[in-house]
Design a protein around this ligand. Sequence first.
Ligand code: ZN
Ligand code: ZN
Length: 294
Amino acid sequence: MNPSDFIHPEDAAALRQLQNVPGLTALTKKFLAVGYEQIMHGVNMASCVQLSPSQLPQLYNRLPPICEKLGIEVPDFYLTMNPMPNAWTFGDTRIYIQITSGLVEMLSSEELDSVIAHECGHILCRHVLYSNLASFVLGGINSIDPTGLIAAPLKLALFYWNRKSELSADRAAAIITSPEVVARSQARLAGGPKTLTDQLDLNLWAQQAEQYEVIRNDGFWNKSLQMYAIATSDHPFAAVRVREILKWSESEDFCRIKTQIENGTYSDNICPGCHQPIESHWQFCQNCGANLKK
Ligand SMILES: [Zn+2]
Ligand SMILES: [Zn+2]
Protein backbone atom coordinates (compact mmCIF):
# COMPACT_ATOMS: atom_id res chain seq x y z
CA MET A 1 0.00 0.00 0.00
CA ASN A 2 0.98 3.58 -0.45
CA PRO A 3 1.22 5.21 3.01
CA SER A 4 0.19 8.57 1.57
CA ASP A 5 -3.28 7.06 1.06
CA PHE A 6 -3.92 6.88 4.78
CA ILE A 7 -1.17 8.67 6.74
CA HIS A 8 -2.60 11.06 9.33
CA PRO A 9 -1.90 14.64 8.16
CA GLU A 10 -0.44 15.65 11.54
CA ASP A 11 1.93 12.66 11.39
CA ALA A 12 3.01 13.55 7.83
CA ALA A 13 3.68 17.18 8.76
CA ALA A 14 5.61 16.35 11.95
CA LEU A 15 7.62 13.62 10.18
CA ARG A 16 8.66 16.06 7.45
CA GLN A 17 9.89 18.46 10.12
CA LEU A 18 12.00 15.75 11.77
CA GLN A 19 13.42 14.66 8.42
CA ASN A 20 14.48 18.26 7.84
CA VAL A 21 16.50 18.46 11.07
CA PRO A 22 20.11 18.40 9.82
CA GLY A 23 21.96 15.26 10.86
CA LEU A 24 19.15 13.68 12.90
CA THR A 25 18.53 10.76 10.53
CA ALA A 26 22.25 10.07 10.11
CA LEU A 27 22.83 10.25 13.89
CA THR A 28 20.06 7.77 14.62
CA LYS A 29 21.13 5.38 11.87
CA LYS A 30 24.71 5.57 13.17
CA PHE A 31 23.62 4.75 16.70
CA LEU A 32 21.79 1.64 15.50
CA ALA A 33 24.58 0.69 13.10
CA VAL A 34 27.39 0.84 15.68
CA GLY A 35 25.82 -1.93 17.65
CA TYR A 36 22.43 -1.33 19.18
CA GLU A 37 20.58 -3.21 16.47
CA GLN A 38 22.96 -6.20 16.77
CA ILE A 39 22.67 -6.14 20.58
CA MET A 40 18.89 -6.38 20.34
CA HIS A 41 19.11 -9.12 17.72
CA GLY A 42 21.28 -11.21 20.07
CA VAL A 43 19.22 -10.45 23.17
CA ASN A 44 15.96 -11.37 21.43
CA MET A 45 17.42 -14.56 20.02
CA ALA A 46 18.68 -15.57 23.46
CA SER A 47 15.76 -14.55 25.63
CA CYS A 48 12.53 -14.44 23.60
CA VAL A 49 10.60 -16.98 21.59
CA GLN A 50 11.20 -16.43 17.89
CA LEU A 51 7.93 -17.18 16.16
CA SER A 52 8.05 -19.00 12.83
CA PRO A 53 5.95 -21.33 10.66
CA SER A 54 7.16 -24.18 12.86
CA GLN A 55 7.31 -22.33 16.20
CA LEU A 56 3.85 -21.49 17.56
CA PRO A 57 2.50 -21.27 14.01
CA GLN A 58 -0.98 -20.28 15.22
CA LEU A 59 0.61 -17.00 16.36
CA TYR A 60 3.21 -16.60 13.63
CA ASN A 61 0.79 -17.24 10.79
CA ARG A 62 -1.14 -14.10 11.68
CA LEU A 63 1.77 -11.93 10.48
CA PRO A 64 2.59 -12.81 6.83
CA PRO A 65 -0.92 -12.22 5.39
CA ILE A 66 -1.01 -8.78 7.03
CA CYS A 67 2.43 -7.94 5.59
CA GLU A 68 1.28 -9.10 2.17
CA LYS A 69 -1.83 -6.91 2.27
CA LEU A 70 0.19 -3.87 3.32
CA GLY A 71 3.03 -4.69 0.90
CA ILE A 72 5.94 -4.90 3.35
CA GLU A 73 8.57 -7.55 3.92
CA VAL A 74 7.82 -9.93 6.78
CA PRO A 75 9.88 -8.76 9.78
CA ASP A 76 11.28 -11.00 12.52
CA PHE A 77 8.59 -11.78 15.07
CA TYR A 78 9.15 -12.46 18.78
CA LEU A 79 7.04 -13.37 21.75
CA THR A 80 8.20 -12.30 25.19
CA MET A 81 6.84 -13.23 28.62
CA ASN A 82 5.35 -10.14 30.17
CA PRO A 83 1.88 -9.94 31.73
CA MET A 84 1.54 -6.33 30.53
CA PRO A 85 -0.16 -6.34 27.12
CA ASN A 86 2.19 -4.57 24.73
CA ALA A 87 3.76 -4.67 21.27
CA TRP A 88 6.56 -2.72 19.65
CA THR A 89 8.68 -2.55 16.54
CA PHE A 90 12.39 -1.92 16.43
CA GLY A 91 15.31 -1.78 14.02
CA ASP A 92 16.49 -0.21 10.83
CA THR A 93 18.23 -2.76 8.62
CA ARG A 94 16.67 -5.73 10.40
CA ILE A 95 13.28 -4.83 11.75
CA TYR A 96 11.43 -6.95 14.27
CA ILE A 97 8.05 -6.91 15.95
CA GLN A 98 7.74 -8.07 19.52
CA ILE A 99 4.52 -8.92 21.34
CA THR A 100 4.04 -9.81 24.98
CA SER A 101 2.27 -12.86 26.38
CA GLY A 102 -0.14 -10.47 28.16
CA LEU A 103 -1.23 -9.10 24.79
CA VAL A 104 -1.93 -12.56 23.39
CA GLU A 105 -3.86 -13.55 26.49
CA MET A 106 -5.99 -10.43 26.67
CA LEU A 107 -7.00 -9.95 23.04
CA SER A 108 -9.25 -11.92 20.73
CA SER A 109 -7.63 -13.13 17.51
CA GLU A 110 -8.99 -10.25 15.42
CA GLU A 111 -7.90 -7.72 18.05
CA LEU A 112 -4.46 -9.32 17.99
CA ASP A 113 -4.46 -8.91 14.19
CA SER A 114 -5.24 -5.24 14.66
CA VAL A 115 -2.26 -4.77 16.99
CA ILE A 116 0.05 -6.67 14.60
CA ALA A 117 -1.30 -4.61 11.68
CA HIS A 118 -0.71 -1.45 13.73
CA GLU A 119 2.96 -2.42 14.13
CA CYS A 120 3.21 -3.28 10.41
CA GLY A 121 1.66 0.13 9.70
CA HIS A 122 4.62 1.74 11.52
CA ILE A 123 6.98 -0.20 9.22
CA LEU A 124 5.05 0.77 6.09
CA CYS A 125 5.00 4.46 7.07
CA ARG A 126 8.75 4.38 7.75
CA HIS A 127 8.23 5.37 11.37
CA VAL A 128 10.58 2.87 12.90
CA LEU A 129 13.86 4.77 12.81
CA TYR A 130 12.50 7.83 14.60
CA SER A 131 10.32 5.83 16.96
CA ASN A 132 13.50 3.97 18.02
CA LEU A 133 15.08 7.33 18.72
CA ALA A 134 12.02 8.47 20.69
CA SER A 135 12.09 5.32 22.81
CA PHE A 136 15.82 5.74 23.55
CA VAL A 137 15.29 9.29 24.68
CA LEU A 138 12.09 8.48 26.57
CA GLY A 139 13.51 5.37 28.16
CA GLY A 140 16.39 7.35 29.58
CA ILE A 141 18.94 5.51 27.47
CA ASN A 142 20.89 8.68 27.15
CA SER A 143 23.94 7.24 25.50
CA ILE A 144 22.65 8.70 22.26
CA ASP A 145 22.83 12.24 23.61
CA PRO A 146 25.36 12.08 26.47
CA THR A 147 26.24 15.71 25.96
CA GLY A 148 22.72 16.86 25.30
CA LEU A 149 23.19 16.57 21.55
CA ILE A 150 19.46 16.37 21.25
CA ALA A 151 18.12 19.65 22.51
CA ALA A 152 14.97 19.82 24.61
CA PRO A 153 12.76 21.40 21.90
CA LEU A 154 13.81 18.66 19.49
CA LYS A 155 12.95 16.00 22.07
CA LEU A 156 9.48 17.48 22.48
CA ALA A 157 9.09 17.62 18.67
CA LEU A 158 10.12 13.97 18.53
CA PHE A 159 7.58 12.96 21.18
CA TYR A 160 4.89 15.03 19.46
CA TRP A 161 5.55 13.25 16.16
CA ASN A 162 5.70 9.87 17.92
CA ARG A 163 2.18 10.41 19.27
CA LYS A 164 0.87 11.46 15.86
CA SER A 165 2.51 8.43 14.23
CA GLU A 166 0.24 6.21 16.34
CA LEU A 167 -2.79 7.63 14.55
CA SER A 168 -1.45 6.56 11.13
CA ALA A 169 -0.60 3.08 12.44
CA ASP A 170 -4.16 2.80 13.82
CA ARG A 171 -5.44 3.61 10.32
CA ALA A 172 -3.35 0.78 8.83
CA ALA A 173 -4.85 -1.52 11.46
CA ALA A 174 -8.36 -0.33 10.60
CA ILE A 175 -7.75 -1.08 6.91
CA ILE A 176 -6.66 -4.63 7.74
CA THR A 177 -9.32 -5.34 10.38
CA SER A 178 -11.93 -2.65 10.99
CA PRO A 179 -12.16 0.65 12.91
CA GLU A 180 -14.39 -1.05 15.49
CA VAL A 181 -11.82 -3.78 16.12
CA VAL A 182 -9.07 -1.15 16.50
CA ALA A 183 -11.24 0.80 18.93
CA ARG A 184 -12.17 -2.39 20.80
CA SER A 185 -8.48 -3.31 21.17
CA GLN A 186 -7.88 0.12 22.66
CA ALA A 187 -10.70 -0.54 25.10
CA ARG A 188 -9.02 -3.76 26.23
CA LEU A 189 -5.64 -2.08 26.60
CA ALA A 190 -7.10 0.84 28.57
CA GLY A 191 -9.84 -0.85 30.55
CA GLY A 192 -8.83 -4.46 31.01
CA PRO A 193 -9.97 -7.89 29.85
CA LYS A 194 -13.07 -8.92 27.92
CA THR A 195 -15.00 -9.71 31.10
CA LEU A 196 -14.85 -6.00 31.96
CA THR A 197 -14.77 -4.27 28.59
CA ASP A 198 -16.91 -6.38 26.28
CA GLN A 199 -20.00 -4.29 26.97
CA LEU A 200 -18.14 -0.98 26.76
CA ASP A 201 -19.93 1.64 24.65
CA LEU A 202 -17.21 2.80 22.24
CA ASN A 203 -19.06 5.95 21.18
CA LEU A 204 -19.53 7.05 24.78
CA TRP A 205 -15.87 6.45 25.35
CA ALA A 206 -14.93 8.46 22.27
CA GLN A 207 -17.04 11.28 23.69
CA GLN A 208 -14.62 11.41 26.63
CA ALA A 209 -12.11 12.74 24.10
CA GLU A 210 -14.52 15.62 23.33
CA GLN A 211 -14.79 16.36 27.03
CA TYR A 212 -11.00 16.24 27.22
CA GLU A 213 -10.86 18.88 24.44
CA VAL A 214 -13.16 21.11 26.50
CA ILE A 215 -10.93 20.72 29.58
CA ARG A 216 -7.80 21.25 27.47
CA ASN A 217 -9.10 24.42 25.86
CA ASP A 218 -10.45 26.02 29.02
CA GLY A 219 -8.04 28.95 29.21
CA PHE A 220 -4.29 29.31 29.09
CA TRP A 221 -3.58 27.62 32.43
CA ASN A 222 -5.56 24.47 31.64
CA LYS A 223 -4.04 24.32 28.18
CA SER A 224 -0.55 24.53 29.71
CA LEU A 225 -1.32 21.86 32.31
CA GLN A 226 -2.66 19.44 29.72
CA MET A 227 0.26 20.14 27.37
CA TYR A 228 2.58 19.36 30.27
CA ALA A 229 0.69 16.14 31.00
CA ILE A 230 1.13 14.79 27.46
CA ALA A 231 4.44 16.40 26.42
CA THR A 232 6.70 13.44 27.18
CA SER A 233 4.16 10.71 26.52
CA ASP A 234 4.85 8.33 23.64
CA HIS A 235 1.21 7.55 22.87
CA PRO A 236 -1.86 9.74 22.49
CA PHE A 237 -4.50 9.24 25.18
CA ALA A 238 -6.60 6.16 24.45
CA ALA A 239 -9.96 7.95 24.16
CA VAL A 240 -8.40 10.37 21.65
CA ARG A 241 -7.19 7.44 19.52
CA VAL A 242 -10.64 5.89 19.59
CA ARG A 243 -12.30 9.15 18.58
CA GLU A 244 -9.77 9.65 15.75
CA ILE A 245 -10.19 6.17 14.29
CA LEU A 246 -14.01 6.22 14.52
CA LYS A 247 -14.01 9.67 12.87
CA TRP A 248 -11.72 8.43 10.05
CA SER A 249 -13.95 5.40 9.53
CA GLU A 250 -16.64 7.80 8.29
CA SER A 251 -14.31 9.55 5.83
CA GLU A 252 -14.40 9.20 2.05
CA ASP A 253 -10.75 8.10 2.09
CA PHE A 254 -11.40 5.14 4.36
CA CYS A 255 -14.50 3.99 2.48
CA ARG A 256 -12.70 4.25 -0.88
CA ILE A 257 -9.61 2.29 0.28
CA LYS A 258 -11.72 -0.38 1.98
CA THR A 259 -13.96 -0.83 -1.09
CA GLN A 260 -10.99 -0.94 -3.48
CA ILE A 261 -9.24 -3.55 -1.32
CA GLU A 262 -12.39 -5.65 -1.06
CA ASN A 263 -13.09 -5.66 -4.80
CA GLY A 264 -9.42 -6.03 -5.74
CA THR A 265 -9.08 -2.68 -7.53
CA TYR A 266 -6.70 -1.06 -5.06
CA SER A 267 -3.52 0.27 -6.64
CA ASP A 268 -0.71 1.87 -4.66
CA ASN A 269 0.04 4.07 -7.63
CA ILE A 270 -2.82 6.53 -7.46
CA CYS A 271 -3.23 10.19 -8.25
CA PRO A 272 -3.05 12.37 -5.12
CA GLY A 273 -5.65 14.63 -6.72
CA CYS A 274 -8.47 12.36 -7.93
CA HIS A 275 -7.39 9.05 -6.30
CA GLN A 276 -7.69 7.18 -9.61
CA PRO A 277 -5.01 4.65 -10.66
CA ILE A 278 -2.16 6.22 -12.66
CA GLU A 279 0.67 4.86 -14.82
CA SER A 280 4.20 5.36 -13.51
CA HIS A 281 5.37 7.13 -16.69
CA TRP A 282 2.62 9.80 -16.55
CA GLN A 283 3.84 13.32 -15.87
CA PHE A 284 0.29 14.60 -15.45
CA CYS A 285 -2.80 12.70 -14.33
CA GLN A 286 -4.83 11.79 -17.41
CA ASN A 287 -8.02 11.87 -15.37
CA CYS A 288 -7.77 15.19 -13.55
CA GLY A 289 -4.62 16.85 -14.92
CA ALA A 290 -2.77 16.97 -11.57
CA ASN A 291 1.00 17.45 -11.83
CA LEU A 292 2.62 14.12 -10.91
CA LYS A 293 6.26 15.19 -11.26
CA LYS A 294 7.01 15.00 -7.50
ZN1 ZN B 1 2.33 2.25 17.68
ZN1 ZN C 1 -5.92 12.69 -10.97
